[in-house]
Design a protein around this ligand. Structure first.
Ligand code: FAD
Length: 450
């Protein structure tokens, strides 16, 4: 019987675990269940490529919000010549996350017990009406009084079926680009078609070029918008009073546009909004939230989730040279012609059907938007009414303390969620600066109630 079971092994799980170690008494028992081979790195920080950089400056990436310089100090201790405003590599960040946990685990005196269990949590049930029990992929079962779900989000599936693609060509459709081994199979002159134009696309383009690829890259997305870059010099955030903003998305955007036009750099407006975003989201009605997702999401993403300035410059150069080309449209079907893959799409705002022919097709449509369909565990928990999906498909329903709301659950065991699964309540809860605050608050809640 564990006092706390943490499910997951990415950043969120490790942030929760580190806070638990700091806050729970020596008598407490914690289990962390994760199926990630690189415990603590998750999808984001598993990459080994130096050019895969953080998109948040190092000074805002400490795992522990109460030690804001922790990551910058760690970089210095490793001899990295980076300052708080610089963008470190994601592989370094993965090492830092694992080092931070290891550092806390090394302290034996007065520390609670932590069992790191490498397994998949396959199912969950109410046990004896008082605890939650997880069935693990290795056949074990463990029970706990408090549970924190830190499952992240799965990869988005391809938006069309592959019936028209002969089996021989399917191995050149890369459904999960995070398994970077596919890059070794690409010849320098191969043509590559990338679906999706977000941060994952930029990562993959730069990784291709780093592997010696020099061929054409066609990028297809609904609007053909790519992420923008951070300013080369840090901007002073322009504070925004959320109470003064209207309650409609159109009204809010009007004010933000006006402020951006008046500002020396629009990034100052976005950065000023950052600390107020969750409060603003919580004020919106569900109709306005749905409207935001329908109309404003692509623009929000490119302005809010920006890339390091030199990464942006490197990418822009490829676009200017014409070796990376953008297409705005809706993918209709995938097929194969004369040994090549053919992506057929409707050109945005027209009825014209166009085609991209390529040797490789890479799914960079991003992460699943925190639904529950990617996770057999979440689907089963929903079937047993242990969790309820968010009405807009943004993860699961939680309250403002990140505790899962599931009206028909009988067990008094407390169930929390941390990270993107809670996007319905908080919206911006996918990046470290937000997750670390949430992880600490959840642990404080658990510690206060024993
Ligand atoms: C490519 C990329 C770059 C990013 N860059 C940045 C950045 O620079 N700065 C920033 O702040 N944020 C960045 N992010 C956002 C990033 O999502 C968060 O920083 C953070 O890594 C999220 O961690 P997580 O633990 O919530 O999710 P994940 O990292 O997805 O981890 C979830 C973990 O749960 C495990 N799991 C899932 N289901 C089960 C199960 N049933 N049983 C056991 N284990 C399970 C998975 O294997 C996985 O290890 C980036 C994201 C990506 C994808």
């Amino acid at each position: 019987m564990y006092d706390v079971i943490v499910v997951g092994s990415g950043f969120s799980a490790i942030a929760v675990t580190c806070n638990l170690i700091e806050q729970l008494p020596a008598s407490a028992k914690i289990a962390v269940i994760g199926d990630d081979p690189g415990f603590g790195r998750g999808t984001a920080y598993r990459t080994e490529l130096y050019l895969h950089r953080l998109n948040v400056p190092a000074g805002r990436m400490s795992l522990l919000p109460h030690h804001p310089d922790d990551f910058v100090d760690w970089l210095k201790s490793r001899g990295r010549r980076l300052q708080a405003g610089d963008f470190a590599s994601r592989s370094d960040y993965g090492l830092y996350v694992r080092d931070t946990l290891a550092r806390l685990l090394r302290k034996r005196d007065g520390r609670c017990r932590v069992d790191l269990i490498k397994a998949k949590a396959a199912g969950c049930v109410d046990r004896y009406s008082s605890t939650l029990a997880f069935h693990l992929g290795n056949g074990d079962e463990i029970t706990g009084k408090n549970v924190v779900l830190c499952l992240g989000v799965g990869n988005a599936t391809l938006p069309v079926d592959l019936e028209g693609v002969p089996a021989s060509a399917r191995s050149r459709i890369i459904e999960n680009p995070w398994r970077l081994s596919w890059l070794r199979r690409v010849a320098p002159s191969d043509a590559v078609c990338i679906l999706g134009s977000g941060l994952t696309m930029i990562d993959q383009v730069l990784a291709l070029r780093a592997h010696g690829h020099s061929g054409r890259i066609d990028v297809l997305s609904r609007r053909g918008l790519a992420p923008l870059g951070h300013a080369s010099k840090p901007q002073v955030p322009l504070p925004i009073d959320v109470q003064m903003l209207p309650d409609t998305i159109s009204g809010i955007l009007k004010i933000l546009r006006a402020k951006s036009r008046a500002a020396a750099d629009w990034r100052g407006v976005m950065d000023g909004l950052r600390p107020a975003t969750q409060a603003l989201w919580q004020r919106l009605s569900s109709e306005e939230r749905a409207r935001f997702l329908r109309h404003a999401l692509p623009w929000w993403n490119i302005h809010r989730h920006r890339v390091a300035p030199d990464v942006f410059d490197r990418f822009e150069k490829l676009v200017t040279e014409g070796t990376v080309r953008f297409h705005a449209g809706f993918l209709k079907s995938l097929g194969a012609e004369e040994g090549r893959l053919a992506a057929s799409y409707r050109v945005r705002a027209t009825r014209t059907i166009a085609e991209i022919s390529a040797d490789w097709l890479v799914n960079c449509t991003g992460m699943e938007r925190a639904g529950i369909s990617h996770s057999p565990l979440l689907k089963e928990m929903s079937r047993f009414h242990l969790i309820a999906p968010d009405p807009l498909g943004l993860g699961i329903e939680v309250n403002a303390a990140s505790e899962v709301i599931a009206p028909s659950r009988i067990s008094p065991a407390r169930l929390f969620a941390v990270g993107a699964l809670t996007a319905g309540q908080f919206w911006e809860i996918t990046a470290v600066p937000d997750i670390r605050v949430q992880a600490k608050a959840v642990v404080e809640e658990i510690a206060a109630n024993g």
